[in-house]
Design a protein around this ligand. Structure first.
Ligand code: PRT
Ligand code: MG
Length: 216
């Protein structure tokens, strides 16, 4: 009996950048998620299907076995905590960094030096809490789910912790990057029980991905 494999991906950059890796595993996704409203996509391999979930939900799907395997940003993995996940590969895709940014007219260095309490808005509360605790900077964290760039512009916060790739979004909103917290890329995550029960088909996918990871 062939074992069914469910792969969790998010639409957008992770989906796009995972396609060449799937290609290396001889798996073609048969539908374009930008054109279809379907959340379950068939592939050229009848035993493999792709489920589309929010980027931040990929670790949760894989943890509880809603998917056997998934691709998730290190940012999402840290915020999730990683329980129940085996993380065999850094795929070196969807790269960016987590940074602290403030309004161009806000003196971040002075605020930190003076020991002021910083108001920091972010979707990444776990990363932000650890980072500022490590620096001995007191922060009030404000949890947001999107459009972080707006927070310093409206007076909601002094600073944001967000993902940056080209820096264009910060620039367009008159924000400046004042600290780089960590580099981010996407990782392959596997459900720990599935790894034992579906070892052979999962190992084939992991090995094919490993051989196709982009360099640099
Ligand atoms: O969009 P949605 O709210 O559904 O979820 P999401 O934003 O978490 O998902 P998605 O698909 O946008 O991102 C998925 C993953 O891609 C993230 O978890 C990261 O690991 C990775 N990634 C890589 C990025 C970026 N680069 C990135 N630039 N995720 C988001 N961005 C955003 C960033 O938040 C900011 O708004 O792009 C903007 C900055 O880009 P630049 O190029 O202007 O600096
Ligand atoms: Mg997004």
């Amino acid at each position: 009996m062939t074992q069914q494999i469910t792969l969790a991906l998010s639409k957008g950059r992770i989906f796009e950048e995972t396609l060449p890796l799937l290609e290396a595993a001889a798996i073609q996704v048969l539908e374009d998620p930008e054109k279809s409203r379907k959340l379950i996509l068939a592939t050229s391999r009848p035993e493999v299907r792709v489920v589309l979930v929010r980027a931040t939900d990929v670790p949760t799907y894989v943890q509880y076995g809603g998917a056997d395997i998934g691709v998730a940003g290190k940012d999402s993995l840290i915020e999730h905590g990683g329980q129940g996940l085996f993380r065999p590969l850094d795929l070196q895709i969807a790269k960016c960094r987590v940074s602290v940014a403030v309004r161009a007219d806000f003196d971040y260095a002075a605020a930190v030096r003076q020991g002021a309490r910083l108001r920091v808005a972010t979707k990444y509360t776990s990363i932000a809490r650890d980072f500022f605790a490590g620096k001995g900077v007191h922060v009030d964290l404000i949890k947001l789910y999107g459009s972080m760039e707006l927070a310093p512009l409206t007076g909601l916060a002094d600073a944001i912790v967000d993902l940056v790739s080209t820096g264009n979004t910060l620039k367009a909103n008159h924000l400046v990057e004042v600290e780089q917290i960590m580099d981010i890329s996407s990782h392959l995550v596997v459900n720990q029980a599935a790894l034992k029960l579906k070892q052979a088909p999962l190992k084939r996918i992991i090995d094919a991905f490993a051989g196709a990871i982009p360099r640099g």
